[in-house]
Design a protein around this ligand. Structure first.
Ligand code: NAP
Length: 284
């Protein structure tokens, strides 16, 4: 039996974090590749990059999206949209679609689907690996207050009025609605369906990746003196962290939710290696 820690160790040894060459290092020749039927849980740039790579090496895969985005980016593989209906629904999907492998490339804050994937794969003995990105870490002079949850971050917003860049996406704004004394700057990829729950706020609609220089300008123009962010990691949303470093703006940084230990990698190419190792039981 191949253990989770063994796979995790193998994956950790692989580098770099993206394919070093546009050509796949493993060519999908013959039986092994054709036996794979992958479910790729998506909603991230990592998932799109992996989908492109799977298409290139001709691995059969379906990408699953939650359906939160009205206009998702183009994906070159068959795509299904919407929840599975909890763990049982996912188990049913895996069994009926005869899925052989699951790659969880969801966002680090999408903890529920990740927990469901662990539970469902365990039930039906399908190997699972997570493709994710390293969290950001504070540099020497950064003024970060690390906090475990949205609720804990909101508690830090009692006190006098400030100009806050609330960079947490659309879904958890209500947790901050008690604190109406502040001016909030909000940035969303798409127009929200409901008005933000703040008396004094400005909404920007813009899709990343953003640049450090543009975010320095943004923070200056809006006279931001506090940022609330979640530790998504990766490069797409990092510009505001770098801009805050430059302008010495404090950040309330929400830590990632805890997810049970599972085989995990930051490296797209390692996922391809893992697929071809074709483990039968990861014991996750
Ligand atoms: P979540 O809280 O972990 O998931 C809530 C429910 O949405 C899940 O139980 C599942 O419904 C469904 N779901 C989530 N991801 C799915 C997927 N890839 N395919 C099918 N169903 C999915 O997730 P979330 O935080 O709402 O995020 C939703 C999606 O947006 C994720 O795919 C994530 O990658 C992406 N995203 C999230 C964030 C973030 O900050 N949370 C940021 C960028 C992108 P059932 O229980 O019915 O199966």
């Amino acid at each position: 039996m191949i253990s989770a820690s063994w796979i995790a160790e193998r994956l950790a040894k692989d580098s770099p974090s993206s394919p070093s060459s546009p050509k796949p290092t493993i060519v999908n020749q013959g039986r092994l590749g054709s036996m794979i039927k992958l479910l790729l849980l998506g909603g991230t740039t990592e998932a799109i990059a992996l989908a492109n790579h799977l298409k290139e090496i001709d691995i059969s895969a379906t990408v699953s999206l939650a359906g939160r985005t009205a206009k998702p980016e183009k994906i070159p593989l068959p795509t299904r949209i919407g929840g599975f209906g909890g763990v049982n629904g996912l188990v049913h999907y895996l069994a009926t679609q005869q899925i052989t492998h699951v790659v969880d490339a969801t966002h680090p804050f999408a903890a529920q689907i990740s927990r469901h994937a662990i539970a469902a794969c365990r039930q039906v003995h399908i190997p699972l690996v997570a493709l994710t990105r390293p969290p950001w870490s504070a540099a020497a002079n950064d003024q970060w207050t690390r906090i475990p949850s949205y609720e804990a971050a909101a508690k830090l917003l009692t006190g006098p009025a400030r100009r806050v860049f609330l960079a947490i996406g659309r879904t958890n704004l209500n947790k901050f609605s008690e604190h109406q004394q502040h001016h909030y700057l909000l940035r969303f990829a798409e127009q929200p369906s409901a008005l933000p729950p703040f008396r004094d706020c400005q909404v920007l609609i813009a899709r990343g990746p953003f640049t450090q220089a543009a975010d320095i300008t943004l923070l200056r123009e809006h006279r931001i003196d506090l940022i609330v962010a979640k530790n998504s990691g990766g490069t797409g949303a990092q510009s505001k962290i770098l801009a805050a470093r430059d302008l010495k703006i404090p950040i309330i940084m929400i830590d990632r939710p805890q997810i049970e230990e599972r085989p995990q990698t930051y490296n797209l190419q390692a996922v391809i290696h893992w697929l071809f190792l074709n483990p039968t039981n990861l014991g996750v």
